[in-house]
Design a protein around this ligand. Structure first.
Ligand SMILES: *Cc1c(COP(=O)(O)O)cnc(C)c1O
Length: 361
């Protein structure tokens, strides 16, 4: 007998993050992981440094102060908020708590990779529904709901496509779901969205007992290194998450930095404004180079290349890397002819466009 993990575990393709370094180069332009080019709030960094004095203390296992601050900021009941080590942890916990072997976890064809990994890790079966124009399709998702479906994940807006479902479509999706299917709305990029017909999902969570919204500090708050996310849940789901999470799943440093970051909404506004400006600039300038770019509500753009030899997405990825610019290949998302580019600083954006211009010339 040899050691054998649970069913599904060996089917997991380990998650490969965006590249962060290039051998032999010390200045690298990192546009592969949707990080905030302005960094974290100065207040958050100061709070993190001050917390070094308390490294011997356990964190508050309930993240109570942070949940209160999030509740006040977003007008939510803190008792229904659960914090996690990144929203990735919460995604994994939700799947493990509600699905196992024989159950199905549904998401759209180019949905965030963690849904697939979390499903397989739990021994459940990932099921995908086709998209229309790189956008989640409510009817296609509903057509894939079976009596084995336990969770439906929807990133809104979605990574890596940047597309979204308007509030009305989100409600139509929820209304047609059986009550025993948990709809998880992953709103990792909500703070970036300015579209008037967008809703992050909190109203649905407040009104229904089978909807969860997840959020993260990794994107607009610029705290990806600390691993901090949260979920807004129906009371029964919050109780389940509080049973299955580790007692000290969120570090003290993450809690204090998160608290300071929440208090600095000016930094959030600056980050959103920067993103609006440079996402539009990138859109225009990239299209000017003759590549297709999908309109995005997030802090990144999906760029489509041709299949002309020498001009493909993998060719572009390699050519940019030669110039010290890191984008993200999209083969793992079923989009082998695309690259994803994070909106960077002004200098980074200009350098990336110039590098692409040379590649396409
Ligand atoms: C980046 C991202 C997350 C956030 O993950 P963390 O674990 O909080 O860093 C979640 N969902 C989507 C769709 C993302 O793009």
């Amino acid at each position: 007998m040899s050691l054998t993990p649970r069913p599904g575990v060996l089917d997991v393709e380990p998650y490969v993050g965006g590249e962060a370094a290039i051998a032999g180069r010390n200045r690298v332009i990192r546009l592969a992981s949707n990080e905030n080019p302005l960094g974290a709030s100065a207040h958050a960094r100061a709070a993190y440094e001050a917390a070094a004095q308390e490294l011997h203390r356990y964190p508050d296992g309930a993240s109570a102060e942070l949940r209160r601050a999030l509740g006040a900021l977003h007008d939510l009941d803190p008792a229904r908020i659960v914090c996690g080590a990144g929203s990735d942890e919460l995604i994994g916990l939700l799947v493990r708590a509600y699905a196992g072997p024989g159950d199905e976890v549904l998401y759209s064809a180019h949905g965030f990779l963690m849904y697939n990994i979390a499903a397989k890790t739990a021994g459940a079966t990932p099921v995908t529904a086709r998209e229309a124009n790189l956008t989640a399709d409510v009817d296609a998702l509903l057509a894939k709901v079976s009596d084995r479906t336990r969770l439906l994940f929807l990133a809104n807006p979605n990574n890596p496509t940047g597309t979204y479902l308007p509030a009305e479509e989100l409600r139509r999706l929820h209304a047609a779901l059986p009550p025993e299917v948990l709809l998880v709305i992953d709103a990792a990029y909500a703070e970036y969205v300015t579209a008037p017909d967008y809703e992050d999902g909190r109203a649905l969570v407040a009104a229904r007992d089978n909807v969860v919204m997840t959020r993260t500090f990794s994107k607009i708050y610029g705290l990806a290194a600390l691993r901090l996310g949260w979920a807004y849940c129906p009371p029964a789901v919050a109780e389940v998450l509080n049973r299955v999470r580790a007692p000290f799943n969120v570090t003290r440093t993450a809690q204090v930095a998160g608290l300071a970051a929440v208090a600095d909404q000016d930094h959030v506004a600056r980050s959103r404004d920067h993103n609006e400006t440079w996402r539009a600039w990138l859109m225009e300038n990239l299209r000017g180079l003759g590549v297709e770019v999908t309109p995005s509500l997030g802090n990144f753009l999906l760029i489509q290349f041709t299949d002309v030899p020498g001009r493909t997405a993998p060719d572009a990825l390699a050519a940019l890397k030669e110039e010290g610019v890191l984008l993200r290949g999209m083969a793992a998302y079923g989009l082998p002819d695309c690259l994803r580019m994070t909106v960077g600083t002004e200098a980074e954006n200009r350098a990336a466009v110039e590098a692409l211009r040379r590649f396409l010339a």
